[in-house]
Write a protein that binds this ligand. Structure first.
Ligand code: FMN
Length: 439
């Protein structure tokens, strides 16, 4: 349905970004100032949420070495997103703040305590991006020999999330009475142990935090494989998708909605946002020039291949640039691999060469959103009308965040969307879950 409003998120990471770009040479981002500027700009543009990614290793997949990653500053260095989220929460009033926390990294009790605390610090605007972690190097940093197979990771994560939900619910919402006359802070009859005994996790409970504004913070998830999608559809308030083309966006969203209904959920409770990386400039020619310049930079292929190797644990240095890829599968991020290779497991590989696939992946490959703010707003409107909802997760093309880019989106593209009545012009709800369900 054309003209229907849609949601906007922004995918970023607390890491090294555009350090060697002419318009990105501001000081390193480690004091949080770049992300504070991003958060304020996003709030001005009425985005639903900022999502900060996280991984837990110095990648090693490309050429079986850390060298390319360290040389270019790809996926490393990066800092812990949790303290950043806390300071962003104090600098904003409406924007949702989503942090990635891995089920492999935290005991469930510690995670429940952390997300409850963050929901307080953000006044009910916190979301947990639930990841199971797909890199062996991260597993080894946690003392494991390697990551478990994908099905097991998600089976374990189902149990993990069930326990986290129980811990978050271990205090009844009105357990804190603060009755000065009776001398009672919390009513012990409303705080319950959980006595959880699962296959992989155990916890006695109750949690030792006060129930948070959302009770349960919003859950965000990005499962791409069939098992991952089932997990996302069972738990998430918003699902983020890396897909190819409008048809891919629609197929993914339809699948999530079908799986949600199968899990007994109302599909309208889930907002599926597709990853896109618009390039916006004053003129169409300028936007295309920016796009081509980035793609033709001499180290683009190496940087992009190293990045895809880190998500997929496939060493892309093994393949010739001007030949098609063989069929590939992985125990790491299968969704990312399928998308990059423009295929699905079991289907014949794409006839495109690796160089062509690299080119397509520059703006994430979902849609080629290059042009003036009005051009790109028209393209987003047309895509959403075809897909049926629910919105977009924006990210920087070529993985380079600069303040100039932020302004091109929040003060160029978004006003063009707002003029068309496509995105909100004011926040209407207090918590992130309510913001997501506003329309
Ligand atoms: C937009 C987006 C953001 C993601 N962010 C992270 C992240 O921060 N950390 C992480 O370990 N995985 C992240 N992932 C990976 C997903 O959690 C998931 O593993 C991936 O989409 C592949 O799906 P699968 O696990 O079902 O194969 C992200 C995926 C997407 C599409």
């Amino acid at each position: 349905m054309a003209g229907r409003r849609f949601h906007l998120g922004w995918f970023t990471y607390f890491g090294q970004n555009a350090w060697n770009e002419p318009l990105g040479s501001a000081p390193d981002p480690w004091d949080g100032a770049l992300h504070l500027d991003l958060a304020r700009a996003m709030e001005r543009a009425c985005f639903d949420y900022m999502l900060i990614e996280d991984t837990l290793s110095v990648p090693f997949a490309f050429r079986h070495s850390t060298e390319t990653y360290l040389k270019h500053g790809i996926m490393v260095p990066k800092h812990d997103p949790v303290p950043l989220t806390a300071i962003l929460g104090h600098a904003t009033r409406h924007l949702g703040l989503v942090t990635t926390l891995s089920t492999m990294a935290y005991p469930p009790f510690m995670l429940a305590r952390l997300v409850s605390t963050l929901d307080h610090l953000t006044a009910g605007r916190f979301g947990w991006n639930i990841v199971t972690t797909a890199e062996n190097a991260a597993a080894q940093n946690m003392g494991l020999a390697e990551i478990p197979p994908r099905h097991l990771r998600y089976d374990m994560a189902d149990e993990y999330v069930a326990l986290v939900r129980q811990l978050l619910g271990s205090w009844e919402p009105d357990a804190v009475v603060r009755d000065v006359a009776r001398g009672v802070y919390a009513d012990a009859s409303k705080v319950h142990p959980v006595d959880f005994e699962g296959r992989w996790y155990r916890s006695k409970g109750p949690l030792n935090t006060v129930p948070s504004p959302q009770g349960r913070p919003a859950f965000i998830q990005a499962g791409g494989s069939p098992r991952g999608r089932r997990f996302a559809a069972s738990h998430a308030d918003s699902v983020i998708a890396a897909t190819t083309g409008t048809a891919g966006m629609k197929a993914y969203r339809d699948d999530i909605r079908r799986l949600a209904a199968e899990a007994g959920r109302d599909p309208d409770e889930i907002k599926v946002l597709s990853l896109v990386a618009p390039v916006v400039a004053e003129t169409r020619a300028e936007a295309w020039e920016q796009y081509e310049r980035a793609l033709s930079s001499p180290d683009y292929a190496e940087r992009a291949l190293a990045l895809f190797s880190s998500f997929t644990e496939v060493d892309f240095s093994r393949f010739a640039l001007d030949e098609p890829l063989p069929p590939l599968t992985t125990n790491a991020e299968q969704g990312a691999l399928d998308k990059f290779c423009q295929t699905r497991p079991g289907e014949p590989p794409s006839p495109k060469t690796l160089r062509q696939l690299l080119r397509d992946s520059g703006t994430t490959g979902a849609l080629e959103l290059v042009g003036t703010p009005d051009d790109v707003a028209d393209m987003m409107e047309a895509a959403m009308a075809e897909v049926g909802g629910d919105g977009f997760l924006l990210t920087t093309p070529f993985h380079r965040l600069t303040r100039v880019y932020i302004a091109s989106i929040t003060d160029g593209l978004v006003p063009a969307l707002q003029r068309r009545g496509l995105t909100r012009t004011a926040y209407g709800a207090a918590t992130l879950r309510e913001t997501l369900r506003e329309f």
